[in-house]
Design a protein around this ligand. Structure first.
Ligand SMILES: Cc1cc2nc3c(=O)[nH]c(=O)nc-3n(C[C@H](O)[C@H](O)[C@H](O)COP(=O)(O)O)c2cc1C
Length: 241
């Protein structure tokens, strides 16, 4: 273990913040760290919208399903897949391929994860807000996003006003395969993990939900997964050719 790995492994989403601002220098360092991420074919197919306008923030709270931290975090960034720049530079650009959608989503996610880690290394905390995809059209309108730009998720950043315990991840043996995929789920290992997750929830203040990971997966994957996203992405010029 070194300090970087220790930092990475101490990640937990932060939803409550003090009123202390993120300084301009901190924000610049965070964005520079984001930009240092690997980028497919050097396309750098991502943009970030920093939302400082309080009215727009309030609207984003609504659009993300009423998540209060979206309004209260000192900083809120909207991370977008972006080929608008490329289209301006090269109007004949052949866009609308599924592959380009993947490239821009991967680029954006890599940048965002770098940003969150950089923020955490500065003593800040934050979290991703996929809730923006509840109403992606509303977000695109609010932020005046041109064609070929699609909001993927938001990110709250600020000084932590809470110190949550780490949320346990799956045992490595369940996610790391060697040379070929092992399709046989190790139920015994999973049962142990479910117990660990139940213990995690029981230890949280309020202990409002005490479930295992398996039950949570079942709950999540029993629901529709934002079926409007396909049409939305297509309407933004991210086709599925
Ligand atoms: C792309 C993405 C979107 C997310 N969206 C939300 C969200 O809208 N609201 C929220 O409270 N947490 C959101 N999260 C945070 C996850 O719930 C959290 O990362 C996960 O439960 C693991 O907990 P941890 O980050 O504290 O380790 C999101 C995480 C990711 C990666």
């Amino acid at each position: 273990m070194n300090e970087v790995i220790q930092q990475i492994r101490s990640h937990r989403s932060i939803r409550r913040y003090t009123d202390d601002p993120v300084t301009r220098e901190q924000l610049e360092s965070i964005i520079a760290a984001a930009q240092a991420a690997s980028t497919s074919s050097y396309l750098q197919a991502a943009s970030i919208i920093r939302v400082t306008d309080p009215e727009k923030r309030s609207r984003l709270v609504e659009l993300s399903g009423g998540q209060p931290w979206v309004g209260k975090a000192p900083e809120f960034l909207v991370w977008c897949a972006d080929f608008h720049r490329h289209r301006q530079l090269f109007p004949e650009a052949r866009l609308g391929y599924t592959e380009l959608l993947l490239i821009s989503v991967i680029d954006t996610a890599l940048m965002a994860q770098n940003a969150l880690l950089a923020a955490e290394s500065l003593g800040l905390g934050g979290l991703f807000i996929g809730g923006l995809r509840n109403h992606p059209d509303g977000v695109a309108d609010l932020l005046e996003l041109p064609l070929h730009v699609a909001p993927l998720f938001g990110m709250c950043l600020g000084h932590p006003a809470e110190d949550p315990i780490l949320r346990p991840r799956l045992p490595q043996a369940l996610i790391l395969h060697e040379n070929c995929y092992n399709p046989d789920l190790d139920h015994e290992l999973l049962a142990g993990y479910d117990e660990e997750v139940r213990h995690y929830y029981a230890g949280r203040p309020g202990a409002d939900r005490v479930t295992g990971w398996s039950e949570q997966v079942q709950e999540t994957l029993s629901r529709e997964a934002r079926p409007h996203m396909r049409d939305f992405l297509q309407s933004r010029g991210f086709g599925l050719k």
